[in-house]
Write a protein that binds this ligand. Sequence first.
Ligand code: ADP
Ligand code: MG
Ligand code: ZN
Length: 608
Amino acid sequence: MTDEISEALKRYWGYDGFRPLQREAMECVLRGRDSIVVLPTGGGKSLCYQVPALLLPGLTLVVSPLISLMKDQIDALAGCGIPAGRLDSTLSAGEKDRVSRQLGAGGLRLLYVSPERLLSPGFLDFLKGLGVSSVAIDEAHCVSMWGHDFRPEYRRLGILRTAFPEIPIGAYTATATEQVRGDIAVQLGLGEPEVLVGSFDRPNLVYRVRRRTEGVRQVRDVIDRHAGESGIVYCLRRSDVDRLTETLRRQGCRAVAYHAGMSDEERHRSQNGFIGEEADVIVATVAFGMGIDKSNVRYVVHAAMPRSLEHYQQESGRAGRDGLEAECVLLHSGADYLTWKRIILESEPQTVENGLAKLGQMSRYCRGVSCRHRAILAYFGQPAGAEACGACDICLGEVEGVADPVVVAQKILSSVLRQGERFGADYTAGVLYGSREERIVANGHDRLSTHGILKEETRPAVRDWIEQLVEQEYLARVGDYGVLKLTALGRRALAGEERPLLLEAPRARRAPKAAVEKDSWDGVDRALFERLRALRRTLAAEAGVPAYIVFGDATLRDLARKKPATPDELLAVTGIGAKKLELYGPRVLAGIRAHDRDPLPPRPEGGR
Ligand code: ADP
Ligand code: MG
Ligand code: ZN
């Protein structure tokens, strides 16, 4: 059976191997066993039910919560030569008739339905007449009130088990908590399901955390590193989204905005522009993301700190679904913490304690000085390997803890105290740095024992450490002028009873390349890659599908690496199966030949 599976994977999808647990999940379905499959975003959950759908005799029924997700998957399947259809409330009568006819003739391998459609009167009886051989519930965490996307209709999907007692049901989700998993089994009435839980590590994501010191400039740095590639920038407020989008556009970026304050139509236009790659950057609140399966998002920037690590993992996880390297940059400041704290304190009383605890963990992650991959895994209760990940700012040596943070913190705290707790952060940094500016001299603070005590540091560095102490609540900023005062915690630190953490400012503006970034470009002819990317845009426009449905980025790179000259050589490229060969083979081969005759000059940063 395994051979059959690998064969289908190669012939239809052009893939040579499995992602972790994919094969096991597929075998469950083929053996007729119920399953709960928990894999991270980009883990390849769709294939877990799509490959068996090809190998089983009848129809595979897929329940999916969002129409955009269904459309995307059906387009992708069509691109692999697999007939699939959907039934939901947005179809016209004519389209519904067409799908019903195809179903009647046994012409579809997979049928996608919304839960509403499934629960509508008579629909289950209609399905029973079609010979359903397996059922997949995608985004299965929607059944659980404990998850982040509870959908009441999902709670009623238990009727599937009653309607199809003999057929395997697979539930697929990226939500890791034990509670949600248990809920899925109970609500769906699964019989002793096989539970497959993958690692939540995303080794292809490079995590970087930076203090937000220059705002837009720092966001631009990331965008510029990924010129012409797709990325998401998350902001905290709608007004931030509007402002940042404006600024980026004025600077010449192809950016669109997305938030819940916009009309449905405006949001659709932004989303489609991003998916269709007319826009490179989508600037959004957390309202954006669910239902986006775009596989080639190369970076996610958080312009402000999210409210929990669950949120961070979800949102940053939208990068690099195709398994290629992608960059996740989180910019944070003490102000974000205070904003969230206020929002949480104003929310439902019974959620406050939990909310503040999660916010605290998020904030500690930002200030942390150990491997980011490990910190995230630890948060989700999974162990990490012992070695440095090679894919985060800490392991790459981009940030460093201050050698003696306790002493540095004590110098700062004691200066605040000696200044009478009546001055702000800039002033305090001036004193510590040894500035002789007029107001410091006039106050006699050039004679304090702390004057110039950090003069061998830079003034911005001192200013930054003060911020870090505020964020860790050793110092409080009070009143309209932001006067610094010691907190109880600060007094304990001064007495040596607490150990603050202080980070050095990142040294290089130009971020070094992580190994995952180098590897996946290994041997790739960049100029040819760009040429093929342009060809992909043309092919996508002609076919009326998003570019990543035509070819994923991994396929483009492999093409520009192997430079196939014949149809057989094309089939050896990842992501090219029989159907893709038929649809696009001749034009791709022509493109590669044209490039051989007349190579375009490589882009300046092209490297090799
Ligand atoms: P999930 O639903 O778990 O987030 P998807 O099913 O959307 O993930 O798959 C993410 C991407 O990974 C898709 O572009 C898919 O084609 C690709 N993919 C899945 N399995 C494999 C594989 N075995 N080899 C290469 N690419 C794969
Ligand atoms: Mg999915
Ligand atoms: Zn690391």
